[in-house]
Every structure is written in structure tokens, then in C-alpha cells.
Design a binder for this molecule. Structure first.
Ligand SMILES: NC(=O)c1ccc[n+]([C@@H]2O[C@H](COP(=O)([O-])OP(=O)(O)OC[C@H]3O[C@@H](n4cnc5c(N)ncnc54)[C@H](OP(=O)(O)O)[C@@H]3O)[C@@H](O)[C@H]2O)c1
Length: 368
């Protein structure tokens, strides 16, 4: 009898879940369905109504107005991150279940990293004024204007770097800083390996690890070896010829932007108290349902049984760390590496290029 009740209960719960999913899927929508009149105060922005790179389009939309706690920033440059293609493609598919939008993207705007000039400030804002040159992150940055909150991810741009360089910093720079300082807790003299040293995060990470006094090994392909060395790497491993997990060298910290070796292989080249910091990995066409999300779970299960620390980090972009990076750039200790620059109407080409997975440093969108 109990068995039968249990069977019916489980079946009913599963059926209810299935019905809920079907309803949620087919009612999943976004503001594209409500657009009617043309904007009264227009600005150009990249928008998408459905998942997929082919659905990105440049449109005139309403120019935002800052609220009491926000700035109105005229964007001079933006930068492209794998974060953007995750949202554009809706991959790994699990993110669609996690609030990004089941059938269609909930948020139709794209881009995060920007640099520009403050045009207006809300009445509660005391730390910025019109005319200030700033950089940071705010959703919808592939547009002529953004309205970041004055106490969130926005900081003054150092005078010695361009808007294009400043626009490259927010996600990649803060990720590299937090991975080295907070997760890796890198100390002078420690051996740090950066897998994926020539990409957006990697080019910042090599310089930051070096500025922390580490002995840095960068893993990249031969064509990027000179670049990675010029950023301060003491050693370079060409991944097309050598597998760093098979070598004799042991590392105190491994920052992994690629996740192309198993956790066991990475552990092998960690010191007994070493730290493995997973940042990301997996190409645009390799995401499937979970992407690399099972890897941190495996690391979590493994961690209590081993002496090393293994885990994933998620960057938290904020004003304090943007200011740390601004000070480093001002002092000449950190220089963003720019690969290519595209225009606003070429955002799809820029994303397509990034999705190939071989950018050298950062890919920029310049507004003028
Ligand atoms: N956890 C977080 O908060 C966070 C934040 C930012 C980014 N991420 C993730 O971190 C990852 C890296 O981001 P990114 O902006 O640096 O990406 P990216 O700029 O697209 O990385 C491209 C670089 O990866 C290198 N690469 C490709 N295959 C490699 C391999 N087998 N071994 C070593 N290097 C290889 C390429 O070098 P070659 O051309 O020489 O192959 C290229 O320079 C992404 O998965 C991203 O989603 C996570």
C-alpha cells in the first residue's frame, strides 16, 4: 500500500513539474513583444529578441535616464567577454533554467564592460561629476549610453590609458585580481601557473601575478609566447608541444582559464598545499547542458580528502577592485592588451571572433 502511494506521489510530482516546465517555457518572453512606438529620445544599442548570434541587431532604443543613485555615461568603448556569448547563445543550457530565460532571453540587452564620459549624475551621487572619465561594468554596455550605479562597478579612468584600454578591464581584470589575491592568495616567490595566459583574463593575470612577486609560468601557443613573456612571465609552455600536467615542476597556484585537463592531472603538478583556481573553460560549441559546471562540483567533493585546495571562483566586479586596477595602471604596473577593435554595428563579428577561442588579450568595441 505504502509503495503504491509513494509511486503515485512521485508520478504526480513529476507530472506537475513537466506541466510547470511546459507552461514556463511557452510563456517565457521578453520586452521585444511589447515594443510599439519608436523611441522619443533614441540611442543606438545592440539588442536580441531570441537566442543566437544571428539574432543580434543594432537598433534605436530609448536613451536611459539616470535615477538618483546612477550616472549617465556616454560610452566611448566597450569590450567583449565570453560572458556575453554565454548569454547570447543561452549556453550552457542550464543557465536558461537559472533565470536567464527558458525560450527567449529575458534581458534583451548585451555587453557589460564599458569606458566613457559622465554626462549627468543622479541627485544622491557625490563621488562622480559630469565630465569625469570612467570605466566599469553595467548590463547593456553595447550601446551609446549606460547608467551604472555610482557605488557599484564604476571607477575613474586613469589619465594614462585610453578609453579602449579602460573598457577592457572590468570582467577580465577583476577576475584576474580576485583569482590571484583572494583565491590563490599568491605570495612573493610562489610558483604560479596560468593556463590560457594569452587570453582576456590570462594577460591580466600574468601581469598581476608578477606584480605580487610570483614566479610565473604562462601556458599558451607558440604564436603568443613572446607576448606572454613581455607581460612578465618567467617561463612559457607551448601547449601544442608540451603538456604542463606531465612535467616535473610543481606549482603553488594554478589559475585555469581553459579547463582542458582533468582535476587529477592538475593535482599532480600542485604542491601538497597548492591551490587550483578554476576560472572557466569550454568553447562556445562545447557547452552542452552543464558546460564546465560539473567540474567545480567534482572539486568540491574531492576537497575534503586532499591536502590541496581546488575550486571555482566567480568574479565579483566592484568599485574597490576597479580602483585597485586603476592605481596599478596609473603606476605603469598593468597594461591592458588589445587584440582587435570593432565598431558597434560589428558586435556580431567581434563575438564570433571571441567564440573561436583564440583572442590575444581583449576584443574591443569602439563607438566612434
Ligand atoms: N569565473 C569567472 O568569474 C570568469 C570571469 C571571466 C571569464 N571567465 C571564463 O574564463 C575563461 C577565459 O576567459 P577569457 O576572457 O580569458 O577568454 P578568451 O580571451 O576567449 O581566451 C582566449 C585564449 O585562450 C587561449 N587558449 C585556447 N586554448 C588553449 C589551450 N588549450 N591551452 C592554453 N590556452 C588556450 C588562446 O590562446 P591560443 O590562441 O594560443 O590558443 C587565447 O589566447 C572563459 O571560459 C570565461 O568564460 C570566468
Amino acid at each position: 500500500m505504502i509503495k503504491r502511494i509513494l509511486k503515485w506521489t512521485v508520478s504526480l510530482v513529476l507530472l506537475a513539474l513537466l506541466i510547470w516546465f511546459e507552461i514556463a517555457y511557452w510563456t517565457s518572453t521578453n520586452d521585444c513583444d511589447q515594443k510599439t512606438a519608436s523611441p522619443t529620445n533614441p540611442m543606438k544599442a545592440i539588442v536580441y529578441c531570441d537566442y543566437g548570434l544571428k539574432n543580434l541587431k543594432l537598433e534605436n532604443i530609448e536613451k536611459p535616464a539616470p535615477n538618483d543613485d546612477q550616472l549617465l555615461v556616454r560610452v566611448h568603448a566597450a569590450s567583449v567577454n565570453p560572458y556575453d556569448w554565454h548569454f547570447i547563445e543561452g549556453t550552457p543550457k542550464i543557465i536558461r533554467l537559472m533565470g536567464v530565460g527558458l525560450r527567449k532571453p529575458k534581458d534583451t540587452r548585451v555587453g557589460v564592460d564599458f569606458a566613457g564620459t559622465v554626462e549627468a549624475v543622479g541627485k544622491n551621487v557625490t563621488n562622480f561629476k559630469p565630465g569625469d572619465e570612467v570605466f566599469g561594468g553595467r548590463g547593456g554596455a553595447f550601446a551609446e549610453y549606460v547608467c551604472p550605479r555610482a557605488n557599484r562597478a564604476v571607477a575613474l579612468k586613469p589619465a594614462n590609458i585610453t578609453f579602449e584600454q579602460a573598457a577592457s578591464v572590468n570582467i577580465a581584470g577583476v577576475t584576474a585580481l580576485q583569482a590571484i589575491r583572494d583565491k590563490g592568495k599568491v605570495e612573493p616567490g610562489q610558483k604560479v601557473l596560468i593556463n590560457g595566459a594569452s587570453g582576456g583574463v590570462g594577460t591580466f593575470a600574468v601581469q598581476i601575478a608578477k606584480s605580487f612577486g610570483a614566479d610565473v609560468t604562462g601556458v599558451c601557443s607558440a604564436r603568443n609566447a613572446d607576448l606572454v613573456r613581455s607581460l612578465g612571465a618567467d617561463h612559457v609552455i607551448d601547449y601544442t608541444k608540451e603538456d604542463f600536467t606531465k612535467g616535473d615542476q610543481r606549482y603553488d597556484v594554478i589559475l585555469d582559464n581553459v579547463a582542458n585537463h582533468s582535476l587529477a592531472e592538475c593535482r599532480r603538478v600542485l604542491t601538497p598545499k597548492g591551490k587550483y583556481v578554476m576560472i572557466g573553460g569550454g568553447g562556445a560549441n562545447e557547452q552542452g547542458f552543464f558546460g564546465v559546471m560539473t567540474r567545480p562540483l567534482k572539486a568540491m567533493v574531492l576537497s575534503p580528502f586532499i591536502s590541496q585546495q581546488m575550486g571555482m571562483m566567480m568574479a565579483d566586479t566592484n568599485q574597490k577592485d576597479l580602483t585597485v586596477l586603476a592605481d596599478m595602471m596609473q603606476a605603469g604596473k598593468l597594461k591592458p592588451v588589445i587584440d582587435r577593435t570593432y565598431k558597434l554595428d560589428q558586435v556580431p563579428d567581434a563575438i564570433r571572433y571571441l567564440e573561436e577561442g583564440h583572442a590575444r588579450g581583449k576584443v574591443i568595441i569602439a563607438m566612434e
